[in-house]
Design a binder for this molecule. Sequence first.
Ligand SMILES: Nc1ncnc2c1ncn2[C@@H]1O[C@H](COP(=O)(O)OP(=O)(O)O)[C@@H](O)[C@H]1O
Ligand SMILES: [Mg+2]
Length: 165
Amino acid sequence: MFILESLSIHATKEEDTIKVGEALGRSLKPGDVVALKGELGAGKTVLVKGIANGLDVNGEPNSPTFVIMNAYEGRIPLYHFDFYRVSGVSELEGIGYEDYFYGAGVTVVEWADRVEEVFPESAIWIEINIPVKKNTNSNVREINIEGEEKWLSLFRSMVERVLPT
Ligand SMILES: Nc1ncnc2c1ncn2[C@@H]1O[C@H](COP(=O)(O)OP(=O)(O)O)[C@@H](O)[C@H]1O
Ligand SMILES: [Mg+2]
């Protein structure tokens, strides 16, 4: 059984979201799965760039427009999925998603809520919101993280060091 806890982080600029991603990347282990939710432009890909830094990946992830997944080598491999155009589970089974989700790398999925049923119970769920919608140039983001309590307390201490509240 997993005891879930949540943590809400206030990011006031893109660099904050990168720092949150870097702390994530340093706290993750092989086999971890991170499910990202949030509207277009919320900052999911920005967060993935931070995660890549934290995993010591060479190269910078971008939105995988024409492919479902990009793999990157790092201290731990990074499998970056985007479910935006995925129609359902059968399409994911066709590309053998389980080899990645239950493999030796860290899996991070944008638009995870499009195919929620493929995620293991242990997945870390992260939702990014733009609280000030009226101002389209707002740089404020609310990052809500839900994960297993032991991991989350480790992650909290790592993020507090780089992003004092
Ligand atoms: N605090 C912030 N965190 C993340 N992105 C931000 C922030 N403030 C402004 N932005 C901008 O929002 C956009 C996020 O884009 P992106 O990460 O591609 O979104 P998504 O992948 O969720 O569609 C970028 O243009 C980025 O510069
Ligand atoms: Mg994106």
